[in-house]
Design a protein around this ligand. Sequence first.
Ligand code: GUN
Length: 285
Amino acid sequence: MQLINGKEISAKIKEDIKAEVSQLKKNGVKVGLAVIIVGDDPASKVYVNNKKKACEALGIYSEEYALPENTTMEGLLGLINELNGRKDINGILCQLPLPRHLDEKAVINAISPEKDVDAFHPVNVGKIMIGDYDFLPCTPAGVMELLAHSNIEVEGKTCVVIGRSNIVGKPMGMLLLHKNGTVTICHSKTENLEEVTSKADILVAAVGKANFVKANMVKEGAVVIDVGMNRPEGGKLCGDVDFDDVAPKCSYITPVPGGVGPMTIAMLMANTVTAAKKQNNIKGA
Ligand code: GUN
């Protein structure tokens, strides 16, 4: 069993991004990201803080908008509109989930597709579908990088994704398909889940349930990627995969923390640089 070290792989990627940001700065292009967070969700606060710290470390200019829980749609859309028009802001990210009274779909739609570094806007989702995209959603893109850096071939492999969210499961399936994997997406209504998952050469868990994937659901020699970030009450951060149970059966497995998580942030930084290059008509974007 080999551990896929997301911390190490993301550090390498971030180093390259840092060099590129520095080069862009020399050419008069400053890269800027705006991050919006609404309310007091503690997990979201941690994620946003990590994104801010990554920007600082890479020389990317960032602005954080921490809005109160009682923010109105009008207020939030007004801010997004203003950021859409700013030349010095290349990427806009609104941390999800939003408080219940806010319309997530309308917020995603309001972000200019050129600045949508999450790749959640329908225009970007559609582009991903047809394989002609500018940005990839950060978490699935991070998983693909982990596979590539570990020299894990996707082509021809049986790939199973557990979870069908718009943020992870659905685009994850699409990216594996683009690499010529044979893809199945499972969800809460899947019958005989264990039977399906135990066929997977590459198994991606994005369910949002702590330690959900057990050894009996995994094929001997499988590659297991854990997208989960669960914080059981009073417990420490853990993934969707019961690591101790599953790891002995795997050829490769990602830990939590230190697997997919750091890659997500690295991909966000990469998307922000891509956005800046596109907006400044720089080739190679
Ligand atoms: N909430 C959980 N993951 C993400 C993400 O990748 N982007 C945003 N904006 N919110 C999230």
